[in-house]
Every structure is written in C-alpha cells, then in structure tokens.
Design a protein around this ligand. Structure first.
Ligand code: NDP
Ligand code: A1CAB
Length: 279
C-alpha cells in the first residue's frame, strides 16, 4: 500500500478511547495507524486490531499527518518529554484530554495546528457525540471534521463549552449506564429475570431517543405527560422519582463533572508551564 504522511494517523495512548479510535479508523478508512502505549498488553491490543503498535511516541508523531492525543491528562507532561519539539511541526493535533485547554496545548506543542475534541466511548461503535473547538474554519478544520465523523456526530463549539460537554457527553455513557442498570435492577426486584429486564431497558432507551428526535415532541416533558395516565402506573413511579430528588441529583452530577474538567485544566496548565520553563 502506498501512503504519505497525510494518510497516516498516530494515536498516542491506546487505552479505552484510543483503542475505540483505532478500531473505527481501521474499520472504516484506509488510514495507516500508529498506536502507542507503554505496556505490552496495550500494544498487543492495538496490534490485534491491525495498528502499527509501538512504544516510540516520537516516531509515531514524526511519521503521521494527524496526531490524536489519548493519554490521561496527568500523563501529558511525560508524553511531551518523549517527543522532540521538531516532530510536532506542521502536524494536525487532536487532543481528547479532559480539561486541557487550547492555550496550554499550543504552548506545549508550538508549530502544530491544535484542536481540542471531546468524544465519548460510544466512538467504539461509531456513535460518539463529539464536540470540537479551535478558531477558524478552513481546509484543515474540514479535514478534522471529516476525521472525527469516523467516530460519530461532530459539533463545533466555542472552547468555553468543552468542559461542560465533557461532564455531559464525555462522561455521559457512564451516567446513562448507571441509570440503565438501576432500572433493570428495579425490574429484577419486582420479579423479572435480569437479562430480559436489561434488554427491555435498552429498547426503551433507544426508542425514547428516537421518539424525542421525531417532530412529535418539542420537549421531553410533553412525552412524559403523554405516557402518564391519571391515577395510573407512571405517575406513581414519577412521585417516587421526585421524592428522591433524582432530577436535582442528575443535574448536580453533570455540573460537578463539568467543574472537575475545568479543575483538571487548571492543574495541567500549571504543570505544562513548569515544563516549558525547564526547556
Ligand atoms: N474513557 C473515556 O470514555 C473518554 C476519555 N477521554 C480522554 O481520553 C484520555 C484517555 O482516557 P482513557 O482511554 O479512558 O484512559 P486509559 O488509561 O484507558 O488510556 C490511556 C492510555 O495512555 C497510555 N499512555 C500513558 N502514558 C503514555 C505514554 N507516555 N506514551 C504512550 N502511551 C501512554 C496508557 O498506556 P499503558 O496502559 O500501556 O500505560 C493507556 O493505555 C483522557 O485524557 C480522557 O480525558 C475523552 C473522552 C472519553
Ligand atoms: O472521566 C474522565 O475524566 C474522562 C473524560 C470524559 C470521560 N472520561
């Protein structure tokens, strides 16, 4: 296969989200993929998907046109020390790290065109809801948009929304998974087998998302009211939900996750500035 730098992607950090990216890229495109990691298990997992797995972040960056940063935010300073500043020059860099701001990324990797994106683990099946921020709309942004569409839907947002997006859509699959589990357990408590209960909740979730996206409803409250028969079953369940303060808890859950994303950004920014001073 012939290739040039622009048809090669480096995924730095082949963990949970990194591997989801590797899987989709290799399944849907003809990009060559370099995937890095530290442990042999990590490299083996990437290799088994068809990536060129390697420990050398510098080589992966040098050989690629698009570089995805998928390490944990607190591993970023170490990653930086492993890549020569020259290697980043002219690259399109897409950071998936929670919290780490564009200014911090630009200061850390000058000479690259940097984008900050927040996908979610639904990328694994091509159903991510990904927000991306960077100033300007040009050919490079369009390349990044096309690239991110491999993993699902793409939304351009001002950077100020990215921490909130992280708390809502980035962490979202974990929150929804907990709600699904709780509802299935409720059915088990009422006497139905776990597997059947679980399938039913997944069906309800998928169907409700479709119904809410249809033109029938402008607001979820309208669907709630249509389901709720006076003195029926739903209103009794809703009363329990309200008495438990569940709606307020869910609101606080997203708000707190968003706050933590901002906090991570501040912590990493300080570490990066320290690192830059040492250069
Ligand atoms: N998980 C999720 O749902 C989402 C995560 N994110 C963001 O993606 C990033 C990764 O998260 P996640 O995938 O969950 O984390 P994981 O811990 O699963 O993956 C991180 C990977 O980075 C690798 N790594 C760490 N340091 C280096 C290094 N110096 N060189 C090469 N590889 C390295 C680790 O390899 P090894 O294990 O071999 O040490 C590990 O496989 C985070 O910044 C997170 O904020 C964004 C959206 C969703
Ligand atoms: O929990 C986290 O910090 C990361 C960011 C979004 C999903 N997982």
């Amino acid at each position: 296969m012939t290739y040039n730098h622009h048809s090669t992607v480096a995924v730095l950090g082949s963990g949970k989200i990194g591997l989801a990216f590797v899987k989709q890229i290799l399944q849907k495109t003809s990009y060559r993929v370099y995937a890095t990691g530290r442990r042999s298990e990590t490299l083996k997992a990437a290799e088994s998907l068809g990536a060129l797995a390697l420990r050398d972040n510098n080589l992966a960056v040098r050989e690629s046109g698009i570089v995805v940063i998928a390490v944990k935010p607190f591993h970023f300073p170490q990653l930086l020390s492993e890549v020569e500043p020259e290697s980043w020059k002219g690259k399109i860099v897409v950071s998936l790290m929670a919290g780490v701001k564009l200014d911090t990324l630009r200061a850390a990797i000058p000479g690259a065109r940097v984008f900050r994106a927040m996908p979610n683990l639904n990328s694994y099946v091509g159903f991510s809801s990904t927000a991306v921020a960077e100033n300007g709309y040009d050919d490079t942004s369009r390349t990044v948009e096309e690239f991110l569409k491999i993993f699902g839907k793409v939304y351009w947002v001002p950077e100020e929304y990215l921490d909130i997006w992280t708390g809502l859509a980035g962490s979202g699959p974990a929150f929804i998974a907990e709600i699904i589990d709780a509802m299935a357990m409720g059915a088990v408590a009422a006497g139905m087998p776990r597997e059947l209960s679980y399938e039913a909740v997944l069906d309800v979730l998928e169907g409700t998302a479709r119904l809410l996206r249809s033109r029938l409803y402008q607001h979820p409250g309208q669907l709630r009211d249509d389901v709720t028969t006076p003195a029926g079953t739903t209103i009794k369940g809703l009363m329990v939900l309200e008495s438990g303060g569940v709606k307020a808890v869910l609101m606080k859950m997203v708000e707190e996750a968003s706050r933590r994303s901002r906090e991570i950004g501040e912590e990493i920014n300080l570490k990066i500035l320290e690192k830059i001073r040492q250069r």
